[in-house]
Design a protein around this ligand. Structure first.
Ligand code: C2E
Ligand code: CA
Ligand code: CA
Length: 511
């Protein structure tokens, strides 16, 4: 009835009746019945359509929301969802007298996997790590896992305050990331290639006052950075001292900036000897900072700061300029080795800049050896290849430094055509501890097969020297022959050897 009134059916009917006076009452009644029935059917269908529309809109909104809150590669929640859910996790934990920890997980050596094996391989690594983490999350309980982006994951853990649950979890994560990952699906060829990566984990806990998630992520990040600096594949828990250290680093950065202006960073020189005759063949320039108040600072304190703050180029060129000047007083047959940081390889103009310094100082390019660390060269193979080729074109020699600590393979060595290889001192020192020179022997053999002379670093004892002689190592460098010394002391050494005052060819005996 209401519908009839609403849709003015009676007026309509009376119009029909007037137009069709000849119609009988039952005919009018039939029209009335059919009309109301159609109306009911129409309203029902319209209602249903509306319901379906609402449902499908809700579903697509849900899909959009899921996509916006999840990482498409691994299916894990993303940073946005983590931030949204952290508040609930923290409330739940505090309501139940529990605590919340944030663990920041950053993969080690991930970029080389991408560069060397391709992005498909990188994706396999990320999904494999994500599923290992997810499996661990299932058994751990009270956990929320997210991929923050790149090779960085975060884990929010609710746990009983006062227990070491976050540390135990971090330990498990480091362990699970270490297991090799097969890349069989990467190129559809069942070559069962395997890569070994690792993870550095930073832990932030707040058992006292509840902290905002951004602050906990920052603390975890500081701790993770510390784990990386401490050698990777490990975890560190945030402490106030780390913040203090960061402030100290910021302070040192400011001081380094002005220290470079005042020429406080100077090269010290460590002798490099040839075998089996123990003849001096050159020096490696190692940076020292004559700090006005802190004394003589070693490179492990300030080189990372110079790298982070992009002061490293200025430092490197200043050092080279000074070294070229110092080396004017040396016999011209002696080589000068300098260290170039991995971050400097991002600068395509590096070879030209180095050459410019050499030209300014009148130093023959053929006497310069640029040392590139192995971990540096695998970070960007293409850029490296171009830079090495340009250096070699200008006559500068290129050595692969710290060999054995990085990720390079025999094919990289062959491909990049280094002029020489330096075995990291940890291998030389292990050789002494285990009386087992197998690894060093293998590297020397490999160098020989590629036509690349090998220098062993960190030679401290006569027995190291005798082993290296037996293995027919080409060059040696280490405290046995001398620590790095100032330019003046280096001249003193040269004159003791008879090299400075015109005599040539003396050798440094064993001390
Ligand atoms: P590196 O290039 O591997 O240099 C060799 C380091 O081993 C030097 O430490 C040297 O003093 C030390 N060493 C030499 N012989 C022995 C030995 O018999 N036993 C032991 N235990 N150590 C020995 P230093 O001068 O502290 O340099 C550390 C690192 O700092 C260098 O390692 C290099 O990576 C970096 N570095 C130094 N100067 C520069 C620079 O001018 N630029 C860049 N980018 N890095 C530099
Ligand atoms: Ca070096
Ligand atoms: Ca080295």
């Amino acid at each position: 009835m209401i519908l009839a009134v609403q849709y003015e059916i009676f007026e309509y009917l009376s119009e029909i009746a007037a137009d069709h006076e000849d119609w009988e009452v039952d005919e009018i009644f039939s029209v009335l019945m059919i009309s109301s029935f159609s109306l009911i059917v129409h309203s029902y269908l319209r209602g249903r359509r509306l319901k379906i529309e609402i449902k499908s809109r809700e579903a697509s909104e849900e899909v959009a929301s899921t996509l916006a809150r999840h990482d498409p590669l691994t299916g894990l929640p993303n940073r946005r969802l983590l931030l949204e859910r952290f508040g609930q996790a923290r409330k739940r934990a505090y309501d139940n007298d529990r605590a919340v920890a944030v663990l920041l997980i950053d993969l080690d050596r991930f970029k080389p996997v991408n560069d060397v094996h391709g992005h498909a391989a990188g994706d396999i690594v990320l999904t494999e790590i994500a599923s290992r983490l997810e499996r661990l999350a299932v058994v751990t309980g009270g956990s929320m896992l997210a991929r923050l982006g790149g090779d960085e994951f975060a884990w929010v853990l609710e746990y009983d305050a006062g227990t070491d649950a976050p540390v135990r979890l971090a330990n498990q994560i480091v362990h699970l990331a270490r297991a090799p990952i097969e890349l069989v699906h990467a190129n559809k060829v069942a070559d069962s290639r395997k890569v070994e990566i690792g993870a550095s984990v930073g832990i932030a806990t707040c058992e006292g006052l509840p902290l905002p998630v951004e602050e906990m992520l920052r603390m975890a990040d500081v701790a993770m950075y510390r784990a990386k600096r401490d050698g990777r594949a490990t975890f560190r828990s945030f402490s106030g001292a780390m913040d203090a250290e960061l402030q100290m680093q910021a302070q040192l950065e400011t001081e380094l900036r002005s220290g470079l202006q005042r020429n406080e960073v100077v090269p010290y020189y460590q002798p490099i000897m040839s075998l089996p005759d123990n003849m001096l063949v050159g020096f490696e320039a190692l940076a020292r900072w004559n700090h006005p108040t802190r004394g003589l600072l070693m490179p492990d304190i300030f080189i990372p700061i110079a790298e982070d703050s992009r002061l490293i180029n200025e430092l490197c060129f200043d050092l080279l300029r000074r070294a070229c000047r110092d080396a004017r007083d040396w016999p011209t047959r002696l080589t000068l080795s300098i260290n170039v940081s991995p971050v400097q390889l991002l600068d395509a103009w590096l070879p030209q800049r180095l050459l410019k310094v050499l030209t300014e100082c009148g130093f023959a390019p053929g006497r310069l050896i640029v040392e590139l660390t192995e971990s540096g060269i695998v970070q960007d193979m293409e850029a490296c290849r171009t830079i090495i080729a340009a250096l070699k074109n200008s006559g500068i020699k290129v050595a692969l430094d710290d060999f054995g600590t990085g990720y390079s393979s025999l094919s990289h060595l062959r491909d990049l055509k280094f002029d020489s290889i330096k075995i990291d001192r940890s291998f030389v020192q292990d050789m002494a501890a285990s009386r087992d020179g197998e690894l060093v022997k293998a590297i020397i053999g490999m160098g020989r097969s590629l036509g690349m002379p090998v220098t062993a670093e960190g030679v401290e004892t006569a027995s190291d020297l005798s082993t290296l002689n037996t293995l027919r190592c080409d060059n040696v460098q280490g405290f046995l022959f001398g620590k790095a010394t100032s330019a003046a002391d280096t001249l003193g050494l040269l004159s003791r050897l008879g090299e400075y005052e015109g005599h040539r060819g003396a050798s440094i005996g064993r001390r």
